[in-house]
Write a new protein. Structure first.
Length: 249
């Protein structure tokens, strides 16, 4: 398949989970791909898996100054950018009383502030036409306990997708969003829970999905390919809710 043939793409948080699978799909569709990540181990494993042709950029997705460095790297290496998948983020799930300012700022920094300033930094780099896809979440739509900050940040980036779609379309930049439900990725293992507690949380979440299972990263990645490709040229400011029916409850 060549739906992204010749396109230059950047995937933030592209070294694991949905981001890594999207990088695989982009490559299979003919794109030239760059990924960002923060952990040295996943950066190296992604480099080995995706091949030497992929640009791997160490970067903290919450650091505003780092976003300018990413933009310069893309400009210097690719000469421009046709596709951005804003995927890097964190799911910090905890009861309201357990939040402190540092944890709050970390979630907002990774899920909202960093993405906002990355798009800003890339404005001179985007080609015309170009596509931005933002990874939001079903949690922007539902009142799941312990997701107060996570849900708020995802609602914010979903709003950002809509407002930027109106602001940037005159530059030829389309902005859309995907909102996954629970997906089988390493994200849940990063919650810091004991194995038994993690199993209980996973079972509780799965019970809320009408489809009766967690989604697969490839099911999100395929949707991102569509939004990145010229097949979706008339799709602007839209959200694809890919959640096994969870948001319809």
């Amino acid at each position: 398949m060549d739906r992204l043939k010749g396109k230059r793409a950047l995937i933030t948080g592209g070294t694991s989970g949905i981001g890594l699978e999207t990088a695989r799909q982009f490559l299979s569709e003919g794109a030239r791909v760059a990924v960002t990540g923060r952990a040295a181990a996943t950066l190296e494993s992604a480099r080995k898996e995706l091949g030497e042709g992929v640009l791997v950029i160490p970067s903290d997705a919450s650091d505003v100054a780092a976003q300018k460095t990413v933009a310069r790297t893309i400009q210097d290496t690719f000469g421009g950018l046709d596709v951005l998948f804003v995927n890097a983020g964190v799911a910090d799930l905890r009861p309201l009383e357990q939040w402190d300012e540092a944890a709050f700022d970390r979630s907002v920094g990774l899920n909202l502030k960093g993405p906002f300033f990355l798009v800003q930094a890339l404005l001179p780099v985007f080609s015309n036409p170009a596509s931005i896809v933002i990874n939001a979440s079903v949690n922007a739509h539902i009142g799941m306990p312990n997701t107060s900050v996570y849900g708020a940040t995802k609602a914010a980036v979903l709003s950002l997708a809509r407002t930027l779609s109106g602001e940037l379309i005159s530059r030829g930049i389309r902005v859309n969003a995907v909102s996954p439900g629970p997906i089988a990725t390493p994200l849940y293992s990063k919650l810091g829970l004991a194995e038994e507690d993690l199993k209980a949380v996973s079972a509780s979440i799965q019970s809320q999905v009408p489809a009766g299972r967690f989604g697969k990263p490839v099911e999100i990645a395929k949707a991102v390919v569509f939004l990145a490709s010229d097949e979706s040229a008339f799709t602007v400011g839209s959200e694809l809710l890919i959640d096994g029916g969870m948001g319809n409850l």
